[in-house]
Design a protein around this ligand. Structure first.
Ligand SMILES: Nc1ncnc2c1ncn2[C@@H]1O[C@H](COP(=O)(O)OP(=O)(O)O)[C@@H](O)[C@H]1O
Ligand SMILES: [Mg+2]
Length: 258
């Protein structure tokens, strides 16, 4: 790995122009993420979460402020950052193995097979190497997307609501998988989710965003050992704190109903 691996976002603002109307999407975002940290980002729909991840991924380059990785400004996309989107975005005409192989870069030919197989095994898809995306369940397809994002050993994995389309039980299984992979890979995880329990269950810190313009409202540290217990008192306290941010204490009955 080059440098300290820390990601520093300083005074980041982003606007879009839609039919001559300027929309301020992100405003004065300041966030420093340490190498190896697990960060969850929660916020309502349209608050700029995907835009923020796209900026970190290098897919969006037109913004104000600075974003540095290991002290160097981002310069477009790079193999040091992998992304998993809500939809798996696999190529339907390629097998599991070929979807992963397609993403693998800068590797000696004799190493390719081993690395691809290692990542298929890592995400628990041993035996499905030659399956096509339409033959996979939603959870399995998302595992392939994970393997594809990890195959170049990125320092940072960006996850944009990756489990949003999965049923509740598969979602919980995938959360376990992400933790297992994080413990092996020791990379930085930045997970965007609208699921507050998921954010607390996974994150070292939970970043709560406000809507229009998207700002950071609050950052909560989750000081709970893993594996975490969702019924723990401290867990419930954090859940309530985050809901309180969303409802801005307007409706205490609502907050206590949660
Ligand atoms: N390429 C774009 N052009 C114009 N407006 C955009 C573009 N991408 C996103 N937006 C607008 O920016 C806002 C934030 O979008 P997004 O980052 O996708 O939010 P979230 O992921 O939190 O739901 C929305 O109002 C959206 O319509
Ligand atoms: Mg989004």
């Amino acid at each position: 790995m080059n440098g300290d691996g820390n990601l520093v976002i300083h005074n980041l603002s982003k606007e879009f122009v839609n039919s001559q109307k300027v929309i301020q999407v992100l405003q004065d975002i300041n966030l420093s993420i340490n190498q190896g940290e697990f960060i969850s980002i929660v916020g309502g729909s349209g608050c700029g979460k995907t835009t923020l991840l796209r900026i970190i991924a290098g897919l969006e380059t037109n913004y104000q402020g600075t974003v540095t990785l290991s002290g160097k400004p981002l310069n477009g996309c790079g193999l040091d950052r992998g992304v998993v989107f809500q939809e798996h975005r696999l190529l339907p005409w390629r097998t599991v193995k070929d979807n992963i192989a397609f993403a693998l870069n800068n590797v000696a030919p004799q190493e390719r097979e081993r690395i691809i197989q290692e990542h298929i095994d890592l995400v628990g898809l041993t035996g499905f190497e030659h399956a096509y995306p339409h033959q996979l369940s939603g959870g399995m397809a998302q595992r392939v997307a994970l393997a594809r994002a990890l195959v170049n050993r990125p320092q940072i994995l960006l996850l944009d609501e990756p489990f949003g389309a999965l049923d509740a039980l598969t979602r919980i299984q995938m959360q376990q998988e992400i933790l297992r992979i994080w413990e092996i890979e020791k990379n930085t995880m930045i997970l965007v989710t609208h699921d507050i329990d998921e954010a607390i269950y996974l994150g070292d810190r939970v970043v709560v965003m406000s809507s229009r313009p998207g700002t950071i409202k609050k950052i909560l540290r989750v000081n709970l050992p893993r594996p975490r217990d969702r019924s723990n008192v401290e867990f419930a306290y954090l859940r309530r704190e985050i809901y309180r941010e969303f409802f801005a204490s307007k409706d205490e009955d609502l907050v206590y109903a949660i």
